[in-house]
Design a protein around this ligand. Structure first.
Ligand code: ZN
Length: 499
């Protein structure tokens, strides 16, 4: 195939798939937020058909020929097309290494495992899920070996989610944070806890909706480009830089829950709204990786949102909306309540300090599973042992233990570390941003825009054009270094708990 023909066909295919993905995304958002319960059958049929169409475009001999031509001539094509082709090649590596039968069989396994996991979680019945998990582990090892015969299978999967991050890097990272944070968490658990009962009074959902509007206004989110809906679990989805959708969940007995979901998901949306115009309509629209996406959502949620400057800024606004519930609450009490740190069982509800320990536990378990050093039968015992050792908590049931996350039931081994890396990236980025901006002063004044513009210039505008490691270098001038994250947490929580 001629290079020019390959480029033209590549762009055409990407555009067509982009149209399908946009339609599927809108349908999925509608299904989660608005569709009635019984819509599920019709919805599934349509989605299956759409998936088949996009699958047939992306996994076809013609597509392979196009990509091979582009790869062969990669020095002759522009940067955007080159990166698009490289990422498409990468994502097809596995598909090109396994048979169609293997792929179909795997899809069936994942669908069954997900359904079984759902019931197993409800009933706290690990034994019913274990055979499926065992098969998923075996298949992931086998697929990893086929896709990258030269690599350790777990490294292959880690790189799928966070390009360039292997066990070598992650072992160093987790060893460091474990050594620093486990003792800190244990020391804090012996300290008296601040009162946060005022956050758990009655906060009507209709009033919280108005509060969400205020929060998005403070963040500087242009509502013409970003809508908000309500779902069981908050998420963000985006189709182009002028059409982002975030969701939240209102708990009437927990003000901070939706408050920080809105800020977190708003951070994800800001990332994609800040993509450069020339990436719109290309496959490079979005975020560089799961970890980099989390770094931005957590930047707004934690580094801005849980800072003293921000809680001081928000308290008067919150008091205006909820005068009775927050009557008499001082700025100091509000800040301490928002930042209360307590070892807990559920990852998604963990506070800023203990969060990465939940991820560390999953990383250690995945590593052992992927190397045959832990059988799926022994997983719950290992899980419970690690929770006791690192967080000091007893796990009362598998429902609140190893069955809590959906990732493994979908074959997602290697995804978890990106959640923790996001926080660590953010702390490093913040340290460098502070050399150029009066961060606290801007937040205290409610002037978030210069911060967003800084992130846009150093991170957001690149979309998927750069790797996470490259973006760290662009934004901080150095390589990834977890010490910033450790210093940030140590300083913040030592002050909060008078250590
Ligand atoms: Zn997130």
């Amino acid at each position: 195939m001629e290079l020019n023909e390959a480029i033209a066909k590549f762009k055409e295919q990407n555009k067509l798939m982009g149209v399908y993905y946009h339609a599927m995304g809108v349908m999925s958002y509608d299904f989660e937020t608005a569709a009635p319960k019984n819509a599920v059958a019709g919805y599934s049929d349509v989605m299956a058909k759409f998936s088949e169409i996009t699958y047939n475009i992306s996994v076809s001999p013609e597509r392979f020929e196009i990509l091979d031509t582009l790869t062969e001539h990669k020095d002759e094509i522009d940067e955007i097309t080159r990166r698009e082709a490289a990422l498409a090649q990468k994502s097809l590596k596995l598909m090109r290494s396994i048979s169609v039968e293997d792929y179909v069989e795997y899809q069936r396994l994942v669908n069954e495992a997900s359904a079984v996991w759902h019931d197993a979680k409800v009933n706290s019945d690990y034994a019913s899920f274990e055979p499926y998990l065992n098969k998923l582990v075996e298949t992931s090892i086998r697929f990893g070996r086929l896709a990258a015969p030269e690599a350790d299978p777990y490294d292959y999967w880690l790189d799928e989610y966070e390009e360039g991050f292997t066990q070598d890097v992650l072992d160093g990272y987790f060893d460091k944070i474990k050594a620093a944070l486990v003792p800190l968490i244990h020391r804090i658990s012996e300290k008296p806890q601040p009162d946060n009962s005022f956050l758990h009074k009655h906060f009507p959902a209709w009033k919280q909706r108005e509060f969400s509007d205020k929060l998005m206004e403070v963040m500087g989110i242009d509502r013409r480009d970003c809508a908000i809906g309500e779902t069981e679990h908050p998420f963000t989805t985006g189709f182009n830089k002028h059409d982002l959708r975030i969701t939240t969940h209102y708990y009437e007995d927990a003000l901070e829950s939706s408050m920080y979901s809105v800020i977190h998901e708003g951070g994800h949306a800001m990332y994609e709204m800040g993509n450069a115009d020339e990436l719109d309509g290309t496959t490079l629209f979005g975020g560089a990786s799961c970890g980099m996406h989390e770094s931005q959502s957590r930047f707004y949620e934690n580094l801005i949102g849980r800072s003293r400057a921000f809680t001081d800024l928000i308290l008067p606004i919150a008091k205006e909306m909820f005068p009775e519930q927050l009557d008499g609450v001082t700025p100091d009490e509000f800040y301490r309540a928002i930042n209360r740190s307590e070892p807990s069982l559920i990852r998604t509800e963990a506070d800023e300090l203990t969060y990465s320990m939940h991820v560390l536990i999953r990383y250690e378990i995945e590593k052992k599973l992927m190397h045959g050093e832990l059988s799926t039968k022994d997983l719950p015992a290992e899980w419970n042992r690690l929770y006791k050792e690192y967080l000091g908590v007893d796990v009362p049931s598998d429902k609140e233990g190893c069955l809590q996350d959906s990732h493994w039931s979908g074959g997602g081994f290697g995804y978890f570390p990106s959640y923790s890396l996001g926080s660590a990236y953010g702390a490093q980025i913040l340290a460098h941003m502070k050399k150029e901006l009066d961060f606290e002063g801007l937040v205290a004044a409610g002037n978030i825009e210069p911060i967003t513009l800084w992130l846009r210039e150093h991170i957001h505008k690149y979309g998927l054009l750069k790797t996470p490691a490259e973006l760290i270098r662009i934004s901080t001038g150095e390589d990834f270094d977890p010490q910033y994250y450790i210093d940030y947490l140590t300083e913040k929580f030592s002050a909060l708990y008078d250590l």
